[in-house]
Design a protein around this ligand. Structure first.
Ligand SMILES: C[S@@+](CC[C@H](N)C(=O)[O-])C[C@H]1O[C@@H](n2cnc3c(N)ncnc32)[C@H](O)[C@@H]1O
Length: 383
């Protein structure tokens, strides 16, 4: 397949972190929207992207851009793509889409039309008919149709890259792995000093921190990607990428500490960290957040407390957030403190002045990462 446009999608407000990752991997940015970044690249590049990107959801390799007004246009242009050279002989295809066009009010209909064009083309050319359905664990085609602009992509990720494969036990209100990675990237952590994560829940922040600190590519944890179900896929190329990513893993000499007062959370983080291959890097303890060990040497203390939906919760949480402020002041001097929350008022109630507030979305919830500078004698710490 030739060099083409590759659209990498990510959650809203995360494109700056995705762009930084792409530039570090050596790509030039050719376009950007609120939830995606475009680059130029080959199909082989999509393997490297799926392996290394921490903040991306999907790596979409563009097959064809065209104008479509009616479903018949969609069928015509889709059937001009040489699917018999793309979908494996014993293949299975699914079509997912983002459709917003006046001629169609049922997205499912657009997906079926697109799938029919693919299957009919392959049957005409090879006399064989691939299976099709809604499972996204084999060849996945992504249809983008907005107004009269249409683009057919190969979804080389298949399942969203936020599903790293290590979180078998989610516990309560877990952060998505991609969001956790982006919030860590937004901190001032140097990836060498300590990372302390009280209220760790299922451990997403601590596990992502361990992956980042050791330069472990997140794709090393996954066994299946959409690109593996495309004729052009070369397993030898993938194996050599895996080999070089494995040899790029570096030791980490700081301490990563994760604590939670709920024994079920501790059970979940132990299991998840083991599956992520970073259990030896994380010191896990079941305790109240105020009793968390904060070692000398500095680094980052990061919490993702509950942010509550019912009034009773809020009253209790106001106290909890205030106590987090006291914990920062008393035990975390020399650190940068961070609170990730979906409730700005609670975030403001910690009793310290935030140095920065970084905007994120957690699904559709408007969230902030509050940053506090906690060095001894600082104006903030005294307030
Ligand atoms: C929103 S969850 C954290 C989710 C986590 N970021 C993840 O990705 O799984 C908040 C966690 O704080 C814990 N927690 C609440 N109050 C606590 C306290 N006083 N001391 C320690 N942990 C507490 C809860 O048990 C829960 O696991």
């Amino acid at each position: 397949m030739p060099t083409s446009r590759i659209l990498i999608t990510c959650p809203k407000r995360m494109t700056s972190y995705l762009k930084a990752e792409l530039i570090e991997l050596g790509f030039s940015i050719i376009g950007e929207s609120f939830a995606g970044v475009s680059i130029e690249g080959t199909f082989a590049d999509t393997l490297r992207l799926n392996l290394h990107l921490r903040t991306a959801h999907r790596v979409l390799y563009s097959l064809k851009d065209f104008r479509a007004v009616t479903p018949a246009d969609l069928y015509y242009h889709t059937s001009r793509i040489p699917w018999e050279t793309i979908v494996p002989d014993d293949g299975y295809v699914s079509v997912v889409s983002a459709v917003e066009t006046p001629s169609i009010n049922n997205t499912q209909f657009a997906n079926v039309k697109c799938k029919d064009a693919i299957v009919d083309r392959i049957r005409t050319k090879t006399n064989k008919r691939p299976d099709s359905g809604s499972d996204t664990d084999r060849t996945v085609v992504f249809l983008y149709w907005k107004g009269n602009d249409c683009c057919i992509y190969l979804d080389t990720s298949g399942d969203s890259l936020s599903k790293r494969g290590y979180r078998k036990l989610p516990h309560a209100a877990p952060m998505r792995e991609t969001l956790a990675a982006a919030t860590i990237m937004a901190t001032r952590w140097d990836r060498k000093s300590n990372f302390v994560n009280p209220m760790c829940g299922s451990g997403t922040l601590a596990i992502e921190a361990a992956l980042i600190a050791t330069n472990r590519a997140p794709g090393l944890l996954r066994e299946n990607f959409g690109f593996m179900h495309v004729q052009e896929y070369n397993p030898a190329v993938w194996q050599s990428l895996i080999k070089s990513a494995t040899s790029a893993i570096i030791p980490f000499n700081g301490r990563i500490i994760a604590t939670d007062h709920d024994a079920k959370a501790i059970y979940a983080i132990r299991e998840n960290a083991r599956l992520a291959g970073v259990d030896r890097l994380i010191e896990i303890d079941c305790c109240d957040f105020r009793d968390t060990t904060v070692p000398a040497g500095g680094g980052v203390v990061m919490l993702n407390p509950e942010y509550g939906e019912r009034l009773g919760d809020i009253e209790h949480l106001e106290t909890v957030y205030k106590e987090i402020g006291d914990f920062f002041k008393k035990k975390c001097s020399g650190y940068y403190g961070y609170i990730f929350t979906g409730n700005m008022d609670l975030g403001k109630g910690v009793g310290l002045r935030a140095k920065r507030r970084v905007e994120f979305f957690n699904a559709d919830i408007d969230c902030r990462l509050f940053e506090f500078e906690l060095y001894t004698g600082s104006k903030e710490a005294k307030e």
